[in-house]
Design a protein around this ligand. Structure first.
Ligand code: ADP
Ligand code: MG
Length: 315
């Protein structure tokens, strides 16, 4: 068996910021990503792949609300499951078409990720999801559905959005199955969009909850539970930078766990973007992972071969 790698794909791999998100656009982007991923497979790495779903779940929730007079809208947790299937299908088909000749099977797992209702984020939800609403509609939704809504734009017609908790991932319900499939040589797509958030209810049973788990944090947890040696976070920048956005900005080639913690506390990394990636990376190696790498999709192969990217290891 080759080295196991958990590949965490950023949003750009599926939808570019300037695109509408048509099926054709997304298929083309996913194909580009799959061509890179296939190179890792051909170099002998065994892969588990995870991905974001922000734009897809955003569009789906707009559709839910737009058609609410005709069909009942489905809860956010179900939209998470729907986008895992949607994106999983696109990746599965492209990887199949590229790698079928290599005898590789590709499977997508609808993945539930355990969270705790005691997570502090449930008391003060911060993650905006779905469309923007007018004052009137926002208040109606808050009363009728018990949603937490926040004013996220100072002016305009539609200034409100729903906000949901972004709790820490505590475990992957399907980890054993995913591990078995990887050991069998399959490529597994799992925990898409950070996974479907579930908690243990009073009867000890799993139950879904409307929340959004950060995909890089969930990816690190999945890597740990599947036992991959490498966590490879692919985004739109080749390196994490020091002094990001300042004239002194400089690429980081290597960080120990201690250095990564120091750089995080000094505020070098964007709070909702690079910050969670560096946290996920250092958490993974702290809990026994060999190496975490942050780089761009185009540099994936060079980075696992040590030629580029930001590498994080225990020492
Ligand atoms: P993804 O969809 O891959 O999760 P994000 O937008 O969440 O992508 O994170 C990548 C972005 O993080 C980069 O495009 C960059 O704008 C931003 N960023 C914030 N801080 C840094 C930093 N210190 N070094 C590099 N990029 C950073
Ligand atoms: Mg992100």
């Amino acid at each position: 068996m080759g080295k196991r790698v958990l590949v965490a794909l950023g949003g750009n791999a599926i939808k570019q910021p300037d695109e509408k998100g048509t099926f054709e656009e997304q298929m083309k982007n996913v194909e580009t990503a799959c061509v890179q991923i296939a190179q890792l497979v051909r170099r002998g790495y065994d892969l588990v792949i995870t991905h974001g779903n922000g734009p897809q779940v955003g569009n789906l929730s707009i559709q839910q609300e737009a058609a609410v007079d005709q069909v009942p809208s489905q809860p956010l947790v179900v939209l998470g499951a729907m986008t895992q299937g949607q994106i999983g299908y696109m990746m599965q088909q492209h990887l199949h078409n590229i790698l079928d000749g290599d005898g590789k099977q590709v499977v997508t797992v609808v993945t539930q990720v355990l969270v705790s209702k005691d997570d502090p984020d449930f008391k003060d939800p911060t993650k905006p999801v779905g469309p923007f609403y007018t004052d009137e509609v926002a208040h109606k939704l808050a009363v009728e559905r018990g949603w937490v809504v926040k004013k996220v734009r100072p002016t305009g017609d539609r200034t409100w959005r729903r906000v949901v908790p972004s709790p820490a991932p505590l475990g992957i319900a399907e980890a054993k199955a995913i591990r078995r499939m990887v050991e069998d040589g399959m490529i597994v797509i799992a925990s898409g969009g950070g996974g479907i958030p579930v908690f243990r209810n009073a009867r000890g049973k799993l139950e879904g909850v409307d929340a959004v788990i950060d995909k890089d944090r969930a990816g690190a947890k999945l890597a740990e539970e599947v036992g991959t040696e490498i966590l490879l976070i692919l985004t739109d920048v080749e390196h994490a930078m020091m002094d990001y956005g300042k004239p002194t900005q400089a690429p980081i080639r290597h960080l120990t766990v201690a250095e990564a913690k120091k750089r995080l506390s000094e505020g070098h990394f964007g709070a909702g973007s690079m910050g969670p990636k560096v946290e996920a990376a250092l958490g993974f190696v702290e809990r026994g992972g060999e190496r975490a790498i942050i780089t761009s999709l185009a540099k994936a192969v060079d980075a696992v071969e040590g030629k580029t990217g930001t590498h994080i290891s225990l020492r």
